[in-house]
Design a protein around this ligand. Sequence first.
Ligand code: PEP
Ligand code: MG
Length: 889
Amino acid sequence: KKFVYDFTEGNKELKDLLGGKGANLAEMTNLGLPVPPGFTITTEACKVYLESGEEPAALRDEVSAHLDALEAKMGKKLGQADNPLLVSVRSGAKFSMPGMMDTVLNIGLSDKSVQGLAKQAGDDRFAWDSYRRLIQMFGKTVLGVDGELFEDALDAAKAAKKVTVDTELEAADLKRLVTKFKKIVKTEAGRDFPQDPREQMDLAIEAVFNSWNTDRAKLYRRQERIPGDLGTAVNVCSMVFGNLGPDSGTGVAFTRDPASGHQGVYGDYLQNAQGEDVVAGIRNTVPLAELESIDKTSYDQLMQIMATLENHYKDLCDIEFTIERGQLWMLQTRVGKRTAGAAFRIATQLVDQGLIDEAEALQRVNGAQLAQLMFPKFDEEAKVEQVGRGIAASPGAAVGKAVFDSYTAVKWSRSGEKVILVRRETNPDDLDGMIAAEGILTSRGGKTSHAAVVARGMGKTCVCGAEELEVDTKRRRMTVPGGHVVEEGDVISIDGSSGKVYLGEVPVVPSPVVEYFEGRMHAGAQDADELVEAVHRIMAFADRKRRLRVRANADNAEDAMRARRFGAQGIGLCRTEHMFLGDRRELVERLILADTEAERQESLKALLPMQKQDFVELFSAMDGLPVTIRLLDPPLHEFLPDITELSVRVALAESRQEPHENELRLLQAVHRLHEQNPMLGLRGVRLGLVIPGLFTMQVRAIAEAAAERKNAKGDPRAEIMIPLVGTVQELEIVREEADQVIAEVEAATGVKLKLSIGTMIELPRAALTAGQIAEAAEFFSFGTNDLTQTVWGFSRDDVEASFFTAYLEKGIFGVSPFETIDKDGVGSLVRAAAKAGRETRPDLKLGVCGEHGGDPESVHFFHEVGLDYVSCSPFRIPVARLEAGRAAS
Ligand code: PEP
Ligand code: MG
């Protein structure tokens, strides 16, 4: 195996092996751009080192061979006393992990070669400054010396000289500082600063390998979902210096504005400085445009290089460069990060420039960015009083009265108040409060804290770890910096996209992208801004490309209409239980309690016209598009009073000797229906089989509604869906009854109805016997919520708040399987069931209606396994359309 690649040997496709930085340095080298020569040690070498604790045996010789070649090219040797070659040793993983890993510059300097460098550069000060930087960086990152000690010594040197900036220190001062720094190394690390240049280099390489596994690097990877076993590459690059005087300098630049996407000159330049000076903010940088008057030749060359890079990468690039005595050098480039809005704009701009096609444009954006653009935002014009800033844990803009415990959150929200739940940190007991609140604010915890994980799961705005806020839950108040006290009931505003916390009510403006989807703003119209225009065009690309259809989970006309405006091509799941709440709950209660056939019939008769009206409205809202109606699914206790509350009521009535016959009867029923595991109990198709008349009432309502719509010249396309089927026999019985009811309605109305009947696949047994079930089903809709619950044995209502935080922290999964489909487990059942179903019935229609239907990664999976559609909540529809388009291109 080859462990070392010269920059001339690699290319940008080799990111796995050479890391992002190494691959791009190679690419630039081969484009003929001025890159200082060097070589890259592969991630494979790092992996061997991390696994075995030792570098691969061949590495040292390979490095020697490449170093020899580099020395020959440069005409000088590493650390050579009279004319030293100096190198930088930089980390560079496949994914950028800014500031997470180590870099050492100026390797090759020693007590001897520092003199050579001084002579070579004709600059004593520069040489000693470079040497003290090496000892400082090497001491800190390779030898583990506390960096503060060097900083303190540097500050002391400046104070002694009564100067404020590093550049005012002279050669003699820096020479003294080198002596001091070497002493620090000796005392702290228990060894001398190594004088042998090759030893410096080898130790630095090893330190970069080790920096892959520092705590902060591990934490960063977990948060960014970067796999932990990739390892980092190491780039050894000959040094160029931006601190050789006023004709030298260093800068960063973007080939276009990462915030708006506009083309132009964006970047910063710092004269007479090295890269870390820019990062450290030691002196103020100047806008890149000023380089033109400082060094026109380099500026023109840079502009030309930037154009070359953009045309080559066909994307926004960011770059780091250095000018050494009028000679421009490229130190890094990569496809640059950008805001969500800029991603859409840049993608369409590049299409217009003819650099990329529509399919490629779709790869340049993603559903998460689109979702981000759909959140309402705080009005930027508004006057605000910011009092803190935490971690932007879950996006959105939330305003409400501060409450400090979940009980109050629930109580106040029930009475119509909007509240923000403020806690030091949340725990599973806070779940009710989190659900009731508009947003969640905590003063402790990071991106994987309970509050953050649960809030993201619920799509609720959350700012966590706002440490300047002193939350006092006992006294129900928090103190903000400056001493102001926020009492329970005071209004606060939190921004889950920026992490900012404000006092009072900050006005919220709707997202222009949502306004556009809602039809309140038209792309191409005068007031449509560039963002809406770009989103409009990208959505059109996606719609042209995608094979998957996108439907909505909706159970009333209002949601259905919104879904249609957002581009839904039908309803994939109408949960009829939502139609049985409110005033109708009592009718359902009576149905459940019915002792006699007559009583039962009576309550069913009362429900029928209401159900029918529900469906008439739904069919008109979705006229001409399929509407999948699921027959009643949840366990019956959900329609009955809470067992504890009711027991208390009965006991009270008893003790007061008040009449309580009805309550008692109800309580008996509640006891009878009470189940230890209701989600595995009497629900779904089982209800249809044991409660006579329930499913047939629903089927009749659907059929009559469809007939009515047909008579009104509508185009109803109902699909009847049976939930929680585990075996084909269940489905056959329900189907037979349904077919009979439909035939009756057809006969009575004289209208021919084409109602299809299908089932949900949401139990492992259903998936495993899908071939048989397809005999009795015209369609399958995968209920991946229940399927995930039953395949993993995870209670979907509890686990996310109970032990998922621990699972996420331990890296057992990077994301909840209720959010993104578990491809290996649940997904493989979906794949197999789809295949088996189609073998039985080639025209079997396949869809998914669990929450995964609106999750970007899952949409790609459903595309790949050949489903016909995904169904998701109305708000996620644009995201699903976009991702379906991306999956197909
Ligand atoms: C499912 O289980 O995935 C589903 C869509 O049904 P529900 O969430 O209503 O159980
Ligand atoms: Mg279900």
